[in-house]
Ligand binder design. Structure first.
Ligand SMILES: [Mn+2]
Length: 440
């Protein structure tokens, strides 16, 4: 059965149920998928109850008390847990498939030989299914794009299924593709530049007066807004920002994205980029209010304002740490660099954004935080370092294993946990291992 046929079958099963119990993951992709499908179900007058939560494997048994269950952005790896469900089970997901549940309807791009890690995330599948319920649901394409961006499937470019959604949205007018800076269009430029975290602008980020100086040199006023600039002026501003990022050694992919394509659509009566909406969904999750994100997908303006406040709060704490790390960079060893967490909640984000925009690109960075007698380590490399032989998952797993801890992840981003008193020998060993990886 093709992916399209499976989506059609899922829509048909929705129509055949009296009541649907939905459990969706609570990250940006899960929120977007839940938002799309609950909106589509509302429109089709199909009753449902939604919970946003990543289920623990032990919780799958509880689903048996519901006649019809829809799992979003989870379930593909736990099919064995669903095998004995007596009723209707529908799974929309893009994670690796494990186990078997023969009578469940399972919609996952991996089944069609498409790599779901890079294409056809759950919000994309959700939109395809919503379109089977009614073609009018194409107005939800901006929500699907936010899920796609949230799962970083737009990097380096959209795959086949995701592009088909972007095309459908642009053809029918709910999406437009815009080139150039993704800055808030109606904010004074100095504020927009100083509060930007992705891209983070070294020497300017977190400091509005520096941003004003940067703008003045280019012949702009600090209180000019992006919407007020003509195409020529926007082009000049974009080039200056790109040059600034390059001068400060930002990662080439990130620089390219700064000036690249983005997807815009109407959300709650406002024009918004998919990246902005994904940031709002992520902030809702961090504040333990993922249902706000679903309300936004349903057009609730109050929820949008609350979500934007969450983004601002998060952005301010993020900026504070980035400025501090700019002034007091990670400590360099032979092959690695490391810093002590400024905000324990943000160590991963500081590590990632710092590596992209701020730190020495020749050394992978590790952020360290103590918790209950343990040391937690978040590591980030660059694509160039990975090409040069760095594998953080391997280095962290081995160094942690030798020091009574454990670790793992991906070559470019990984983590570990060790007893706090092993800190120094662990870091020395990690340095050796990464150095050996770089020597080949
Ligand atoms: Mn996902």
């Amino acid at each position: 059965m093709s992916l399209e046929a499976r989506c059609r079958e899922a829509a048909k099963r929705f129509e055949d149920t009296d009541f649907l119990r939905i459990v969706s993951d609570d990250d940006a992709d899960g929120i977007a998928a839940a938002g799309i499908l609950t909106r589509a179900l509302d429109r089709a007058a199909i009753p449902f109850h939604l919970t946003l939560d990543r289920l623990h494997v032990d919780e799958y048994r509880d689903l048996q008390s519901h006649d019809a269950v829809l799992l979003l952005d989870q379930g593909s790896g736990e099919l064995d847990e669903l095998a004995n469900h007596p009723g209707t089970v529908i799974v929309l997901d893009h994670h690796q498939i494990e186990g078997r549940a023969p009578h469940a309807l399972h919609v996952n791009a991996h089944m069609e030989g498409i790599d779901g890690t890079h294409d056809a995330c759950t919000s994309a599948i959700a939109l395809l299914t919503a379109l089977e319920l009614s073609p009018d649901n194409v107005d939800l394409a901006p929500i699907a794009m936010a899920g796609i961006v949230g799962d970083r499937q737009h990097v380096p470019e959209l795959g086949e299924i995701n592009s088909s959604i972007a095309d459908r949205g642009t053809d029918e007018g709910s999406l437009s593709i815009v080139e150039g800076l993704d800055l808030p269009p109606r904010e004074p430029l100095a504020d927009a530049l100083a509060t930007s975290t992705d891209p983070y602008l070294p020497t300017i980020g977190g400091r509005a007066s520096r941003a004003a100086g940067f703008l003045e040199e280019l012949g702009f006023e600090a209180d000019h807004r992006l919407v007020d600039l003509d195409e020529d002026a926007r082009g000049r501003l974009t080039s200056a920002i790109v040059a600034h990022l390059v001068k400060h050694g930002a990662e080439p992919d990130a620089v390219e994205q700064t000036a690249g394509q983005r997807y815009e659509g109407q959300v709650c009566g406002r024009r918004m980029s998919a990246g902005r909406l994904a940031a709002i969904f992520n902030a809702c999750e961090r504040e333990d209010e993922p249902s706000l994100g679903v309300a936004i997908a349903h057009g609730d303006r109050e929820a949008l304002r609350a979500g934007e406040r969450h983004v601002e709060r998060y952005r301010d704490s993020l900026l504070e740490g980035l400025v501090q790390l700019e002034n007091d960079p990670p400590e360099a060893r032979a092959a690695i660099q490391a810093f002590d967490a400024i905000d324990p909640e943000l160590v991963g984000a500081h590590c990632g954004l710092g590596m992209t925009y701020l730190f020495d690109k020749a050394r992978p960075t590790f952020g360290l935080k103590s918790s209950n007698g343990n040391l937690k380590i978040s590591g980030r490399a660059t694509p160039q370092l990975v090409d040069a032989g760095v594998d953080l998952a391997e280095a962290l797993a081995q160094a942690a294993d030798e020091h009574d801890g454990n670790g793992g992840g991906h070559p470019i981003a990984a983590g570990a946990m060790i007893p706090a008193d092993q800190r120094e020998p662990f870091l020395a060993r990690l340095d050796e291992l990464v150095e050996a990886q770089l020597r080949g």
